[in-house]
Ligand binder design. Structure first.
Ligand code: XIL
Length: 355
């Protein structure tokens, strides 16, 4: 499928007519053979354009940060849930799956934990998981139980407050998954991380970690591959990672998909726009095709880390320049080159299956 009209321009979020109800493009959730989601903060529920697009395109929503400790946990150890509750209600009212992100993350601790002695520390670690998960039990399809456990360079595991205080190594990860299974036995439990396809060493360490956890009997159901894609990932690397990951037999969630036109390493960017859009197309084509080649039972779904370009964290200070395009809908809710590449692959796949 090729969507009519200058997609390169649409992809850049430049001015284009508001499509609203006369939108001629198939909604992503209708096009997609597997669940299609986006991350969002609850504030977007006050934006009628976002709500209309979400109802039309999404079969799953992940709270962008309001299920993280940064939002939930208060200084005195108490917890607040107003924002994620709003998102949960919106999902229930609209028949949209709700996905949880995240319970344990090295980057997010609660100051309250630092002062606890060993036995209270472990009890409070468990209590947090129990209280947060039980609140959404029966609704939540799955959770990122542990986020970003592998070190940046892929050389091993990160050290963090949780690993230091709960026995070192994988002990804090196992404990989190065991608690999560007890708290909501129906929720699918994921280990989530980034740069898995971009940095093969990190991808390999991540898969070894999952293998080790499985051997230890840890209740893991899925792999969350964030897929904040770098435009210059070598061809074939995404496919290789997904194929290796699928050997473990778990579900795979492309959990935070975006592909920024900007580079974030501070070096001058000499790549022209046509090249960059072509790279976005190539990456989404490879990702979608490789995902569809997984056994259907392992295709948990795609989540883009924003519904429209203007909603993305990559547009917010200090990162964005207001012109970046990195997801499937532009600022006006119209398809970008990434939507088009995705639509082309899934449409051919459906044709192949029905031929
Ligand atoms: C980001 C959000 O998009 C930001 O708005 C938030 O302030 C910080 O987190 N990996 C993750 C996500 O697991 O939670 C991050 O999202 C992006 C990197």
């Amino acid at each position: 499928m090729v969507v009519a009209g200058g997609l390169g321009m649409a992809g850049c979020g430049s001015a284009s007519p508001n499509p609203s109800s006369s939108n001629p493009w198939p909604p992503l959730k209708t096009l997609s053979p597997f669940p299609f989601g986006a991350a969002a903060p609850s504030a977007y529920l006050d934006d009628p354009d976002w709500v209309e697009l979400a109802q039309s395109h999404l079969s799953q929503i992940t709270p962008e940060w309001e299920l993280n400790r940064e939002y939930i946990a208060q200084e005195d150890g108490s917890l607040r849930f107003d924002a994620p509750d709003r998102l949960a209600a919106f999902c229930r009212q609209n028949g949209i799956r709700f996905f949880g992100h995240c319970l344990v993350w090295y980057a997010q601790i609660m100051p309250y934990f630092r002062g606890l002695d060993a036995s209270l520390f472990a009890a409070e670690y468990d209590r947090y998981i129990q209280v947060v998960m039980r609140r959404y039990a029966g609704q939540m399809v799955g959770w990122n139980v542990v986020n970003e456990a592998v070190a940046e360079d892929g050389g091993g595991l990160r050290d963090c407050l949780w690993s230091e205080r709960l026995g070192g190594g994988v002990a804090y990860i196992r404990r989190a998954f065991e608690q999560a299974r007890l708290a909501d036995p129906a929720a699918l439990l994921f280990l989530n991380d980034y740069n898995l396809e971009n940095n093969p060493a990190k991808g390999a360490t991540f898969l070894k970690l999952v293998e080790k956890l499985l051997k230890l009997g840890t209740p893991i159901d899925g792999i969350g591959c964030q897929s904040h894609l770098d435009l210059d990932i070598a061809d074939g690397q995404i496919r290789t990672f997904l194929r290796n990951a699928s050997d473990l037999g778990l579900r795979i969630h492309i959990s935070e998909l975006d592909a920024s036109l900007r580079r974030d390493d501070g070096k001058p960017d000499l790549r022209n726009l046509d090249y960059k859009i072509a790279r976005q197309r190539a990456l989404i084509t490879e990702l979608t095709q490789a995902f569809l080649d997984l056994p259907a039972s392992q295709q948990f779904g795609f989540t883009t880390w924003a519904l429209r370009n203007r909603d993305s964290w990559l547009r917010r200070p200090p990162r964005g320049d207001g012109r970046d395009s990195m997801v499937f809908l532009n600022d006006h809710g119209q398809p970008t080159a990434m939507y088009d590449a995705f639509a082309t692959v899934v449409t051919h796949q459906v044709k192949r299956q029905t031929a």
